[in-house]
Design a protein around this ligand. Sequence first.
Ligand SMILES: Cc1cc2nc3c(=O)[nH]c(=O)nc-3n(C[C@H](O)[C@H](O)[C@H](O)COP(=O)(O)O)c2cc1C
Length: 327
Amino acid sequence: MPLKTRITDLLGIAHPIVQGGMMWVGTAQMAAAVSNAGGLGIITALTCPTPDALRAEIACCRGLTDKPFGVNLTILPSLNPPPYAEYRRAIIESGVTIVETAGHNPGEHIDHFKAHGITILHKCTAVRHALSAERLGADVISIDGFECAGHPGEDDIPGLILIPAAADKVKVPLLASGGFGDGRGLVAALALGAEGINMGTRFCATVEAPIHEAVKRMLVEQDERATDLIFRSYRNTARVARNGVSQAVREAEGRGEPFESIAPLVKGARGAEGLARGDTQHGVITAGQVMGLIHDIPTCAALIARIVAEAEEIIAKRLVKFAPVTA
Ligand SMILES: Cc1cc2nc3c(=O)[nH]c(=O)nc-3n(C[C@H](O)[C@H](O)[C@H](O)COP(=O)(O)O)c2cc1C
């Protein structure tokens, strides 16, 4: 019995595996590779410098895959907020059918997207936020545990608790996110009440990820202890790969310095430069604890096929032994 769930049906994908929005990584190339492999690839809108550049990226992705793909719109506190409404218009006018929203107050965006028949995946880090997104009309909730790369929120609840806690209350299908990288994780997610997994860090260590080989190698070489939580003191916590920048930020936060004083060090452009050049010390590199489970740099097709095969084998060979015998 293949791994078919409400997620695969709703999104029209072969396998219940989604690539979450990833700043500087979620390009058309990345999204198309995941979608062609039977998962759902997602372009990250704000990686495009302008709404018109996003239109071009979406068109490019259409040229690379005829499978479903989505676009992520992340709404985070920022000193200079991007023109969200214009990005939203670019997504709608490009005929995108699946959107991942993430971050603060998605209501206005969800209303607009839903008015155009777009399927909404909302990613959040707390059951209460999942319930409000469901009320606002989200079709799928992606629930991101404390292990995750990026913004885990401020409650520090790991997936082992957060996923079933969300599954107890949320009625729409759930994607388990944060810390997933192999078939064991997929089976665990299904056992906890999710209907698929969302991965970020694992997809960065693939052939198609548009980042320098040295960064991919760092993801392979580091283990589960090699992340730092930064921006805690600003109540905008982010989990990133530990490096000189993350350590300097933690020290500055320990001294009580305001965000403005560290802003030049953590600005997006610096992070993007580091990813492109392979300089793992240059800026912030978003990565999660799942680094401890990443041991190679496969193609997206090989990765997804392996995760699915491993999950099916665990269910068929290991778990089936525990199934109650029916008369
Ligand atoms: C390099 C990178 C950049 C990310 N940027 C974003 C982003 O811009 N918006 C967003 O919603 N999530 C972002 N995320 C989070 C992922 O979509 C996903 O929720 C998270 O990576 C799941 O945890 P995992 O890394 O353990 O799989 C990013 C993750 C990574 C690894």
